[in-house]
Write a protein that binds this ligand. Structure first.
Ligand code: SAM
Length: 222
């Protein structure tokens, strides 16, 4: 059995902490969650490099620094109810689940949703609910959310997600029509029908495919 705890501590210190993530809860959660359990078999030794890795269905487990940045932007804290769109491997949901009260996460590929669920069960992470479906429509029965994190990039910030934020809640979402470079946005609900927007710079994500994302088969969605 590989012992990767030292590599994990080093990744958190070098690739996350030294790049500017200061939130102690996020750093601690990343020290606790075994990323090697979220990568595909054969990729364990690369689990603590600061890069995305391929997972099933042509998708990726996001780069650790970007996972930390998005969670920091979402301003999550104890007691929060958070929605994630794009479960993928389940790693980001697992990290958030160590900080907040409850994580709802939606994945469009049933196989990925199933494996993520099995990982959460194996690790005993009981405050995460996984659903298969189109996350651009949100999870209305569980709304409003304190934060929503979208791990795939769409043409804009989905309206349904903005409407499912609590007042003061934050939506973190990559947007843009260039498949190689999108903008990472933080949308804050400032009132019943008012929102403010901040741009956190360039990122590269897999496409958000759905009713309020890109249509399936679009060239951006390949
Ligand atoms: N958060 C993930 C992790 O920690 O491994 C990484 C997610 S990966 C970069 C993006 C995921 O979004 C993919 O698994 C993709 O299938 C999913 N996705 C794309 N469009 C979606 C949609 N409309 N609803 C739900 N999931 C979607």
């Amino acid at each position: 059995m590989l012992d990767l705890s030292r590599a994990r501590d080093r990744m958190v210190k070098v690739h996350v902490g030294r790049r500017g993530i200061r939130n102690r809860e996020i750093l601690q959660a990343m020290r606790e969650v075994p990323r090697e359990d979220f990568v595909d078999p054969g990729f364990e030794e690369f689990a603590y490099e600061d890069g995305p890795l391929p997972i099933a269905d042509g998708q990726t487990i996001s780069q650790p620094y970007i996972v930390a940045l998005m969670i920091e932007m979402a301003d999550v804290k104890a007691g929060d109810h958070v929605l994630e769109v794009g479960t993928g491997s389940g790693y980001a949901a697992a990290v958030m689940s160590r900080i907040v009260e409850h994580v709802y996460t939606i994945e469009r590929h049933p196989g990925l949703a199933k494996s993520a669920k099995q990982r959460f069960e194996k690790l005993g992470y009981r405050n995460i609910e996984v659903r298969t479906g189109d996350g651009t429509k949100g999870w209305p029965e569980a709304a409003p959310f304190d934060a929503i994190v979208v791990a795939a990039s769409g043409p804009g910030a989905p309206l349904a997600l903005q409407e499912q934020l609590d007042v003061g809640g934050v939506l973190v979402v990559p947007v843009g029509d260039d498949p190689d470079l999108q903008r990472l946005l933080k949308v804050t609900r400032t009132g019943a029908s008012t929102y403010s927007e901040e741009d956190y710079g360039g990122v590269r994500f897999v496409p958000l495919i759905g009713e309020q994302g890109w249509p399936e088969g679009d060239k951006l969605a390949e």
